[in-house]
Write a protein that binds this ligand. Sequence first.
Ligand SMILES: [Fe+2]
Ligand SMILES: [Fe+2]
Length: 250
Amino acid sequence: MIVIAHLSDPHLDGTAVARDRLRRITAYLEAFRTPVDVVLVSGDLADHGDPAEYAELAAELPTDLPVLVLPGNHDVTGPLRNGLASYLDSPGDGHPIHQVRDVAGARFVLLDTSVPGEDYGFLSDDSLAWLSRVLAEPFDGPIFVAMHHPPLDLHHPVMDQWPLRAQEPLAAVLTGKPITAILTGHVHNAVVTSFAGHPVLGAPGIRSTVPLPFEPPTAEGSPIDAEAYPGLALHIHYPGEPLQTFYRFP
Ligand SMILES: [Fe+2]
Ligand SMILES: [Fe+2]
């Protein structure tokens, strides 16, 4: 059994509000009777990409668990690479920060869908070629492709403002590959859908939640609900069985 704690979008910004919301999740994980096998944080780690925000995150992440991180649109390559160097395994010192990480018998292909200075997501031809090469390598175990931007539109006026562009070429690379699931963030919602024949499992936004247009309005009339409970996904893989995902809002 492999248990993945999938966190997303802590948006640390030096405020107690953001820090305390992440601490609700990390304190919950640290109280587990059996530790999870790996923690994945799928982007928007920092709110402004400042070095101090990455130092803050490094101080808040669990120290006794394997932790994987990947960039979101709020992250900035240089400060992220410097501040979270011990969490990364990605050659070079520039953009993008793609990684292949084997942890607890699972392979995590961590894609950097960020575009410097932009909020939409994009994977270049070079990135897609890299992904294609990685997925062609044999691996005896579950393979997860993780990325900040979901690879499909959610038909939501807020969440779809900054989508992943060029979705069709990504679909062409992923179709038919032995992928257990695509793990995403960015839209600040626990969302389950599919893309290119694979499950897409989105983690809730730790910093906030974006309600659907037909849900009750927030107290302030904002499209962002900053009061909704922070949450996470627990992806549980048993050999030879379909992946199971449990969502928690501790
Ligand atoms: Fe975010
Ligand atoms: Fe984002």
